[in-house]
Every structure is written in C-alpha cells, then in structure tokens.
Design a protein around this ligand. Structure first.
Ligand code: GTP
Ligand code: MG
Ligand code: ZN
Length: 311
C-alpha cells in the first residue's frame, strides 16, 4: 500500500500527492466518518493509503489515516450535513475584508469558535486595506484591538498593493495552512501573490452587490515555499457543528479564562448572579460585540442551521 496526501477533491475524484507524482484516485467502497454525517468523507489534507491501479497515475483509496484535526462547517440551509473543509492543518487563516465584500463580525466569531473547538490556531488577515476610508481604518483598528487582546494574530494587508505580505510569509514558513473567507475577499489573489506561477483563477466582485462570484469551486492545496496553503471556495456563512450551548463559552478564550471566577461553575454568563464575565463586559475588559455574538448564538439555536442568520 502507498501513502499519499489528498491535495484536491472534486466530489468523486481525489488528486493525491505521492512523492513527486500526482495520482488520480477514487474510493474503494463506502467511507463513513464516525459520529456525524458529512458530504465529503475525505478532505484535502487527509493522509490516505492507496493502491496503484491499471496505470501509473490512477489509484484506489483504501484507508484514511487518523486526522490530527479538521475544520468543519454546516454545508447547506437547514441541513444536518456537514462539510470538512480541510484536515491536518497547523493554522487556519480567515481572510476578512471591511469593504467589497463586507465580512461581518458574527462570521469571524463563528469561524473562531469552530477553530477553537477543533484545536486549530486561527489567524485573522484583514485584506484590501488600500480601499479603506477613515472610518473603515478606525473599524480595522478596533477589530485588531479586540482580537489581538484575546490571543489571535491579526495581520492587516493589501494583496493588491503588496502591503505586509511578508508577515503572512513569516506565518506560513513550513506549515500547512487552510485559508477561508467570504467569496471575493481575495483568497486566491493572495496565494497568487505568494506564488505567482500558480496563476489561480480570480474575478472582480460584482458591481451591483459588491459580493464575490464564487470563483474557486474546489478546495486545493498549493505549495508555498516550504509550506502548503489550501485555497477554498468562498462561503456566506460558517455553521457551527456539534457544539452544545453549555459548551459554547469554552470556545471564547476571554470568557473561558474568567469562568473560574463566576459564582456557579456551570454559569452560562447570561442571567446568573456574581458572574465574572458580565462584570468584565461592564468594565470594558471583554468586548461588548463579542459578548453580544455569544448571546446571539446561544439564544438562537436554530441559527446554527440557517445560513442567513450567520451574518
Ligand atoms: N483593491 C483590492 N482588491 C483586491 C485585493 N485583493 C484582492 N482584490 C480583488 O478582489 C477580487 C476577488 O479576488 P479573488 O482572489 O478572486 O477572491 P476569492 O476570495 O478567491 O473569491 P472566491 O474564490 O470566490 O471565494 C479580485 O478582483 C481581486 O483583484 C486588495 O488587497 N485590494
Ligand atoms: Mg478564489
Ligand atoms: Zn459567568
């Protein structure tokens, strides 16, 4: 049996990197992921075992190695089905833009919760700073302030104007990275900037809606220097998977770190007396926008299943 890594998946076919070759593989039989339903049993980044079939460049996948971690989201409206975005990653980059298109803070928070729950270090990259006006630059500063204070690396960049791209290279080094974000924020453009030879397809955002056009349609892993970066299709929302309400606050680092100081050890930081989190919100130690998003996700359980409410 040969061991390889999935670098692209198009539903029924998988491109597998094996030494310096690319093998076009299919699955042998049915693969099920334990514990939940998913639209894709094998994701980009999975290490698999396969056998070469008729010719040198096609193969059959027999086995997936255990995943170190994976990034997962709900796939469609009201669906219980989930989609594994990528597996075995060192950092999850979230590419954000404050204009054309606007990334909402609720989207950022849902993404971060998913990363925390799956033990993946997230990095927030704010792109298109060349387009920001005074007000948007102020908003940028506020967001960087909020998120860097609670431990997330924040990198403001302009892919277009080549500003601060070296900070991203510094973060990639020899790691494996997945990059996510709304359609049109510049994920593929960033990868082209890091490795111009790739010539990934990009397109202008639409004039009327200022939204991306879903240009990238399949996740794919690309080599960048000594590391790897997985480009993914843009998404509108990031549905949280398998997190119960009583666990939710554990995935907000600033809430989690105060939990011990609440009067009740099962405090949900909503109505309870002597709640250290509520006190910290009042004194401004915890960001009100983060706390509001926490309450929003808690209160509207069904929001976990509704795309429109992810914003
Ligand atoms: N002004 C400006 N435009 C940018 C910047 N980065 C990317 N763009 C433009 O944004 C548009 C969308 O870029 P893409 O790279 O296709 O976006 P994407 O995130 O890959 O989109 P999907 O594949 O649809 O998810 C393109 O027209 C880019 O030229 C930037 O820093 N500043
Ligand atoms: Mg793209
Ligand atoms: Zn509390």
């Amino acid at each position: 049996m040969n061991k390889g890594t999935v670098i692209k998946s198009t539903g029924s076919r998988y491109l597998v990197k094996y030494n310096d070759k690319i093998i076009n593989c299919t699955l042998r039989g049915k693969f099920k992921t334990k514990g939940f339903r998913t639209t894709n049993p094998i994701a980009v980044g999975d290490n698999i075992e396969f056998e070469i079939t008729d010719d040198e460049f096609t193969g059959l996948i027999y086995k997936i190695s255990e995943r170190r971690n994976y990034l997962i989201r709900k796939s469609t409206n009201l669906s219980k089905e989930t989609h594994i975005i990528a597996a075995n990653i060192d950092f999850a980059f979230l590419l954000i833009s404050l204009v054309k298109p606007v990334t909402y803070q609720m989207f950022i928070d849902r993404y971060l919760i998913s990363c925390e729950a799956n033990h993946i270090k997230a990095v927030l990259i704010f792109n298109k700073i060349d387009l920001y006006n005074q007000e948007e630059l102020q908003q940028l500063n506020e967001l960087i302030n909020i998120y860097s204070k609670i431990g997330y690396n924040c990198i403001p960049v302009s892919v277009k104007e080549n500003i601060n791209i070296n900070a991203i290279e510094e973060q990639i080094k020899n790691h494996t990275i997945v990059i996510s974000g709304n359609s049109g924020v510049g994920k593929s453009s960033l990868i082209n900037r890091l490795q111009p030879g790739l010539k990934l397809k990009t397109s202008e955002i639409s004039d009327s809606h200022e939204q991306g056009k879903h240009t990238t349609t399949f996740a794919e892993m690309h080599k960048i220097g000594e590391g790897y970066i997985i480009d993914t299709p843009g998404v509108r929302g990031f549905g949280i998977v398998n997190i119960e309400n009583d666990q939710l606050s554990n995935f907000f680092p600033e809430l989690y770190s105060l939990k011990q100081l609440c009067k009740f050890n099962n405090c949900t930081h909503t109505h309870e007396p002597d709640c250290a989190v509520k006190k910290a919100v009042e004194t401004g130690k915890i960001s009100i926008s983060r706390y509001r998003n926490y309450l929003g996700i808690l209160a509207d359980d069904s929001a976990k299943y509704r795309q429109d409410n992810y914003l």
